[in-house]
Design a protein. Structure first.
Length: 71
């Protein structure tokens, strides 16, 4: 799990591995996709904060979806 760059995602990846090792393929798939999406979102937000123009639009879209989910 040390190869996972984002330390916030390591628990998700670790749990995905435990699911896979115990034969719970569905759980492993769900957790893996969750970690992959969370990583992409974090990277887009990081690029947005650094001023990357294309990531800025994506960052605004992500935040609008997140805020809509809280309503």
């Amino acid at each position: 799990m040390n190869r996972v760059f984002n330390p916030d995602l390591r628990p998700l990846v670790s749990e995905a591995y435990r699911c896979y090792a115990s034969g719970s393929a569905r759980g492993a798939i769900v957790l893996t996709w969750t970690a992959a999406c969370a990583d992409l979102i974090a990277k887009a937000q990081s690029l947005h904060e650094e001023g990357e123009s294309h990531a800025k639009d994506l960052g605004v879209l992500i935040m609008s979806v997140v805020n809509a989910g809280r309503a």
